[in-house]
Design a protein around this ligand. Structure first.
Ligand code: RM4
Ligand code: MN
Ligand code: MN
Length: 386
């Protein structure tokens, strides 16, 4: 692909940042409040708008309900759009209430299942009002002990709940089904893997697709192969990008394993049209700043995609059909090792952006201004402020 074509493909990549990545968050051990961290939904959206201004490629922000709940969604939409941003995926929260101790849509008690379903229906109505066409669903449902509940019954409840959510979707709205292999359930999780999510989506219909959170797999899982298969089946709905070392660590995208990120983006590049794939970040910044960490994540995704676009596909195809194992591998490595900073610099200069948006944020006095304006808020526990 020539440089102009690569720049064209790169400019198609839009990344959605999560409102919850801008507030104070932490581990279950402590939350270290960050000076100037966003305290309200309006501040979280304003921070997302700043990331878009500095990177030029983050035009939407994902919301988590009720963390971002407000009593006037029309006004929230206007506020967002006035900042040059749109509201992206609406994430129902089916874990932040005492009622959900034994699950939400898979709970053994029908009245709790009904409550969870109602919340999803509310979120569909909110999405409609704010102009979003994506519901992004992650269930914390699972069990901790063998014998705690019946696995087959839970699967039936899951399908039943998802079917009811799906039936309420307007025709233009998609349901993205996210899986995760453990946590908070440590014995079983009701949507543990891409296969279960894909089976559920197949049953539901074409408006349901799988969401791959890159941090939701066991050690050593070949995530890019999952991406390739979902793409081949038309079932890849989107991503939650973050990086992990051991568990669901929610670290800066590409910080631990940039080669894995490149391999994932290589499957995306190979597929051609980005179509409806939602490229979202799902991160939690616990000891670093919020906004520059988000920008760094965005840049790492762009960098991986730029490198992936440089793979010489025709040489690679020839090496593969000749059975040249090392030759094929070296063609992929050649792209990974290319310095794409000049290319990305060109992309940004065309958009009248700084070459290095993290540096632009750090040198621009933004964080000092936000700290002065918002101060340091004390937080007792993770997500409390959200
Ligand atoms: C989960 C999952 C969801 C996210 C919550 C906060 O582990 O990744 O996508 O909304 O965390
Ligand atoms: Mn996620
Ligand atoms: Mn997660």
């Amino acid at each position: 692909m020539d440089e102009q074509a690569v720049l064209g493909r790169l400019s198609e990549l839009a990344i959605e940042t999560p409102s919850w990545g801008y507030g104070n968050s932490g581990t279950r051990f402590h939350v270290y409040p960050w000076p100037g961290a966003a305290r309200t939904v309006h501040e979280r959206i304003a921070d997302a708008a700043l990331v878009h201004r500095l990177t030029g490629c983050c035009p939407t922000v994902a919301l988590h309900i009720p963390w971002d709940a407000t009593d006037d969604y029309g006004a929230l939409r206007r506020y967002t759009e006035d900042l040059g941003l749109r509201i992206g995926a609406i994430n129902p929260n089916l874990f932040g209430s005492d009622d959900y101790r034994l699950g939400s849509l898979c709970h053994p008690d029908a009245s709790i299942r009904a409550r969870a379903l109602d919340h999803c229906l509310d979120c569909i109505a909110i999405a409609d009002e704010v102009g979003s066409n994506v519901i992004s669903l992650w269930l914390a449902d699972g069990t901790n002990y063998p014998g705690q509940d019946d696995l087959t019954d839970r699967y039936r409840r899951l399908l039943d709940g998802l079917e009811q959510v799906y039936a309420a979707l307007p025709p233009s709205m998609r349901l993205l089904v996210e899986y995760k292999f453990f946590e908070p359930g440590f014995y079983s999780t009701d949507l543990p893997d891409w296969g279960t999510a894909a089976l559920a989506c197949r049953r539901l219909g074409s408006q349901a697709q799988v969401l791959v959170d890159t941090g939701h797999h066991a050690q050593g899982t070949n995530v890019e192969q999952i991406v390739a298969l979902l793409l081949a089946e038309g079932l890849l709905g989107g991503f939650h990008f973050n990086n992990r070392k051991y568990a669901d660590d929610d670290l800066i995208v590409g910080s631990i394993d940039p080669f894995e990120l490149f391999r994932i983006m290589r499957e995306i590049a190979r597929a051609g049209d980005l179509g409806q794939i939602a490229f979202m970040i799902d991160q939690s910044h616990n000891i670093e700043g919020k906004i520059d960490a988000m920008i760094q994540s965005v840049l790492n995704i762009q960098t991986a995609f730029a490198k992936a676009l440089l793979i010489d596909e025709s040489r690679l195809e020839a090496a593969q059909s000749e059975g040249d194992v090392l030759g094929g591998h070296r063609i992929v490595l050649e792209a990974f090792e290319t310095d794409v900073r000049p290319l990305l610099g060109r992309l940004r200069r065309d958009l009248e952006l700084e070459d290095d948006p993290v540096e632009a944020f750090r040198a621009g006095g933004y964080s000092e201004a936000l700290a002065r304006e918002r101060g340091v808020s004390s937080v007792e526990s993770a997500y409390e402020q959200l």
